[in-house]
Ligand binder design. Structure first.
Ligand code: HEC
Length: 102
């Protein structure tokens, strides 16, 4: 009983620390290779994503949606976030580099 209680506390603490807003991934050269772009441009995409996309809803993890869902959502969200097509492209590369497999 007692150890179960402790495990519960550890899990709740972990959830408090990491559960609510799991960290958005930091691009590596493997991601850049996968996305056919540079680490720098993925980093810019990440910055724009954080800046432009978290005001109405929490930032969705790139891993949460497949490529086709992201590609469907981006044009709508570009309008909602009032950003340029080129900024939306940078954000798209960032999320697609780690998207969920179809
Ligand atoms: C002005 C408010 C607003 C901003 C800014 C915004 N969103 Fe959204 N987003 C919404 C709303 C409302 C929905 C749910 C309804 C819908 O799909 O239109 C949504 C849904 C989504 C979804 C889920 C789509 C689905 O099919 O389930 C994704 C992914 C998303 N947003 C990504 C983004 C990204 C990326 C950005 C930045 C470019 C962004 N959002 C900026 C309001 C916003």
């Amino acid at each position: 009983m007692r150890s179960k209680f402790h495990a519960g506390i550890v899990v709740s603490l972990a959830f408090l620390l990491f559960g609510c807003s799991p960290a958005l991934y930091l691009p590596t050269s493997a991601d850049a290779g996968h996305a056919g772009t540079s680490v720098d441009s993925l980093l810019i995409g990440r910055e724009m994503y954080v800046k432009s996309c978290g005001s109405c809803h929490t930032l969705r993890q790139p891993e949460r949606y497949s490529r086709s869902i992201w590609l469907q959502a981006m044009p709508k969200m570009q309008v909602k976030a009032k950003i340029s097509v080129s900024d939306a492209k940078l954000i798209t590369s960032f999320v697609l580099a780690r998207c969920k497999p179809e």
